[in-house]
Every structure is written in structure tokens, then in C-alpha cells.
Design a protein around this ligand. Sequence first.
Ligand code: SAH
Length: 513
Amino acid sequence: MTTDPAPPLVFLVGAGPGNPGLMTVRGAEVLSRADLVLYDQLVPERLLDLAPAHAVRMCVRDLPGNHPDKYPHIHRTLIETASAGKTVVRLKGGDPLIFGRGGEEAEALRAAGLAYEIVPGVTAALAAGAFLEIPLTHRMHSSAIALVTGHELPNKPGNKLDWKAIAAFPGTLAIYMGIARMPVIAAELLKYGKPADTPAAIVERASTGDQRSAYATLGTLEEVRRQAGLEAPGLIIIGEAVAQRPEHPWFEGRPLFGQRVLVTRPAHQAGGMVRKLEHLGAVVSRLPAVEIRDVDNFASVDRALGQLRHGEWDWLVFTSANGVHALLRRLDTIGRDLRDLGGVKLAAIGPKTAESLREYRLRADVVPDTTFSSEGLAGALKPHVAGQRVLLARANRGRELLRTELAKVATVEQVTVYDQVDVTAPEGAVLDALRRGEIRFVTLPSSSIAKGVLAAFDETINGRVERGEIKLIVISPETGKAVRALGYPVAAEATTFTEDGLIEAVLALARQK
Ligand code: SAH
């Protein structure tokens, strides 16, 4: 930053149209050093994960002094925070300067003498083009595109849209904020001679698994919208280009398109699964049921590390990626390194845990072939450990099976290297979505997570599970057993006990319908 004469403290960043993958790399970069993220309501929640843990995340809706048509409180927050030397990211839907008041916010910053940077974003019209496969410009059918607001402020002096000119515009019209006024807009265009049979499209939530679209002509737009039940906010696209789209746009053919899936992994570990599901077209909600924390007291971990260094253990066994990271982080923290593990053999319960070891350039000597569970690991290890000394690195809670099985042939001790703690106040909005039947698949990646999630369910949600409207999908028979023991039906069990196996099980269920 020393090469930068006046490093800006405020960034007006376009978050893109709703699909979290569509924010720019620059946007992600500045977000990763924000102290405050001030975001619009339509911004995808998952982007907030890119901000550092300490950052304050605030939706403009929740700012004090909020008023639907007045924005000075936003300007004030930006200015006060930046003046205190903090980095502020103002995250706005789509592009900040397209119907986003980004210009007004920049003006307020200029007036306050504050440096800022503007990071563009994918605006809704461009996302609709890509995700509905409407060629917004087309050599034969459209040589121009106009971005138009359907919500012109009636009191804007002398600045009314010229609908006559818009009707005559020789290209594609993308009308933002126009759904509520569609009858008026269509009437204006027809009045000024735009043909009633001009192809038109309406789309809600373009670029997300929630995307819904309908196709009509200028003359039938409102009727078609009502039939399809599309509501604001949405985008209207009018022009010959609309007719050039294929019948089945690529995105809507994704295998989980429109399916609502709940991911219950701990917040910091949910990202990979969320991305994979979104890529398959799903709408993903998150309900972290447990959190991973450091142990309160490292004395026994440090003692175990000392014993490993002195060759007192033949085997070190990991039953989760969390365990690998916790133990190796501690090794580093106390000023030691991997050479301390030089003499010990390593075992991992499954591919994910083995992969975590690989991040430290360590190879597991034993990983079960197909059954990634305590049973599988016990079976795979037993032939190797007879008469040897085995240390299990594990969480504060979990099953005893591995220890009791191995203890039949070896000397076994366990050391708790991290704590799993129930999340005390689960996300109310997600529980509401479950109550309303808006989430169909609930993925349960371990018994302890399943217990936490099911404890948060109430009668309404339980009723939906019983009627099969909400389907519980478990990672393994063991987790299935835990779920059934709590009185819940299991809709599907993964056949490979991994995250990918869990996703496969969701896919298989979705295909059935
Ligand atoms: N700055 C934003 C637009 C803000 S105005 C951008 O560049 O996209 C809000 C309007 O944008 C909505 O009323 C709707 O018309 C449109 N919009 C935003 N995201 C959309 C999406 N994913 N699908 C369809 N329309 C969207």
C-alpha cells in the first residue's frame, strides 16, 4: 500500500446479480480487508463470508434512521467509519452505478474529502442475458441495448423518461424495477407504435437457483406474468433478441435447478459444499449446528505432541479434517514442526481427512477403502496395529467405537484436540423457511450435527418431515441410526460417506421426481 498516495478507505463494490460467483476478483480482494461491510438486502449472503472474521456486517435495512426513500444515514455511516480510519465496503446489488445510487454515495464521499474506489459488478440485464441465453445484442436482431428504469421518480423535475423515444429504440430494452408498473409501461410502448408481437421476457432472481422466467410478447406481458405468478423485483426484457434464445437455457437444465437444500456444516467448513450445490443449480441455505473451537486447555495436546516427538506412539489416528488442522496448528504455535512426527505412522478415517494431511505434505499410511466411518477405520487399522501404541486425535465428543475396537489388539489413548460446541442460537430466518416448507432437502453430515439440527426443529417442521415434504439425507448408516433413534425418518443415505456422497444422495432423490 505504500505506493498508493491516498489509500482509499471506502469501496463501492458491485456484488453482482445474486449468484455469488459473479462478483469480481477485485471485489473479493477489497472485501477480504473490510472492517465494515454495509450491504444491500439483495446481496448474496455467502459473499459476506469473504470479509474477515472481525468485520462488522450490516444490512442497510438495519441502520438506524432508515427510511425507504432517504439515504443520508447510509452516507453518514460510510463517512464516519472511514473517517475513523476503518475500511468500509459498500456492497451493492449488480453494478453500483446502474440504478444503485452509487453516484450519490460517491458524491457524498467526495464532499467529505474521502478517497474511494468503485468496483463494477455484473448488472441484472447482463446476468439475465447469460442465464436465460438471450443474446442481448445480435448481428441480425439487435444492435443496441438500453437499460431503462421502470420506476422513474414522478417528481424528478424535467427528467421524465421519453417513452416515445424508448418505443423507437432500435434494440433490446432491459427494464429494471418495472414489474409493478408493467401495464403502464406496456401501454406506453404500444401507444408509441412498438408492435404488440415484439418478443418479451420477465425474469426474477436471474443467475440464482431461484431464477424464474416467463416469455410473452409486449401485448401479452402482464397476462403471462400473472399466470406465471412472477413478482417484483424482476427484470423485463423486450426485443427481437428474446426470440433468439434456446428453449432450454443451459442454467435451467442443471440437475438441482430450483431445489432448496440446507447445509448444516460448521460455518467455516460449509463453503465447499455450498459452492458445489449452487453449481448444480440448487438454492442453498445454511444452518450451522455446531461450531469448531480450540480446546480451553492445551496441556494434554502439548503432552501428546511431546510424546510423539519422543517416539512414544507408533500410530497417530485422525477421524476428521478438523482434528488434523487443530493438532498441526498447535504444533506450529508451540514452535515445533513436522519433524516431530517423523517416526509415527498416520491413519485417516476418509479421503477428506487424508486430503487435510496432504495440505501439510503428509501422507496417511492407512485410509479405509470404501467405508469412511469408525467401523471402516477400525477394520482397516486392526491388522496393522497389533501390539502397538495408538494415539487417537479427536473431538471433545464423538463415538467410542474406534477406541474400544482398537483396544482389543493395541494400547490406545485418545487426546481431545478440538471442541465441537452446539450453536446456541440457530438462524431464525432459516428455521422460518423450514416452517414454511421452503426447504426440501436437509443434509446431515454427522451424527452430532444431526442431533444439533433436529433439536432446533419445532412441531411445524417435524410435521413436514413426517409428511415427507422435508427430506433428511444422511452421510452414513451411523448418522442414519442417530436420526432414526430421535424418531425421524431418513429419506436417503449416502453410499460413499463423504460430502460428495451426500450431494450424490441429494441428486438421486431429486431425480426421482
Ligand atoms: N444495481 C443493480 C440494480 C438495482 S435496481 C444492478 O446493476 O443490477 C433493482 C432492480 O434490479 C430490481 O428491481 C430488478 O429490476 C433488477 N434486478 C436486480 N437483480 C436482479 C436479478 N437477479 N434478476 C432480475 N432482476 C434483477
